[in-house]
Design a protein around this ligand. Structure first.
Ligand code: PRP
Length: 181
């Protein structure tokens, strides 16, 4: 285990089994279709890559990057697009892939923004949910795990850009983020 991690919340086999389960559900639900996975950078890139490798249906991937909540008021709900999709999603079956839903502001914004582009359908696939942090109601269509309100890192999730490469999801030691705040 990494020295900055206090405990492992979800180990690698547990995550991988869930990813396979979600991919199996998507493959069944989108049988005969070719959905576009929209990976929300950066946190979702590892989950998206693993999920995609287990799909048994044809699929495309595209990427969006949106501003983080770092220096602005969370409750504003204003999300800035830093990198937009490369292709139109008009008439496409779209699945937004996220690593985590917290306040729900990002996915609420994305849902409204993406629906305005006239996809044939739009669903969300989210690995982690912190329901206790929700500020606006949002229920992912496909969900991996509910997690408590702790500082989680790994499997794409970062602190200050670090720890994304950990194969498990762990709770960061408080002294790691307290010394920077
Ligand atoms: C995380 C996560 C979601 C968002 C969820 O991204 O990937 O996009 O926060 O939070 P919300 O439900 O409160 O809107 P983050 O801003 O950490 O950026 P990153 O993915 O590039 O690490």
């Amino acid at each position: 285990m990494h020295q900055d991690v206090a405990k492992v919340l979800l180990d690698e086999p547990t995550i991988q089994a869930k990813v396979r389960e979600l991919a199996a559900r998507l493959s069944e639900d989108y049988q005969g279709k070719c959905p576009v996975l929209i990976c929300i950078l950066k946190g979702a890139f590892i989950f998206t890559a693993d999920l995609m490798r287990h799909l048994t249906i044809p699929t495309r991937v595209d990427f969006m990057a949106i501003s983080s909540y770092g220096n602005r008021t969370r409750s504003s709900g204003v999300v800035q697009i830093l990198k937009d999709l490369d292709r139109s999603i008009e008439g496409e079956h779209v699945v937004v892939v996220e690593d985590i839903i917290d306040s729900g502001l990002t996915l609420t914004y994305l849902q409204e923004n993406l629906w305005s582009r006239r996809p044939a359908s739009l669903r969300s696939c989210v690995l982690l949910d912190k329901p206790s942090r929700r500020e606006v109601p949002f229920t992912p269509d496909y969900l991996g795990f509910q997690v408590p309100d702790e500082f989680v890192v790994g499997y794409g999730l970062d602190y200050a850009g670090l720890y994304r490469q950990l194969p498990y999801i762990g709770v960061l030691k408080p002294e790691v983020y307290q010394k920077h705040s």
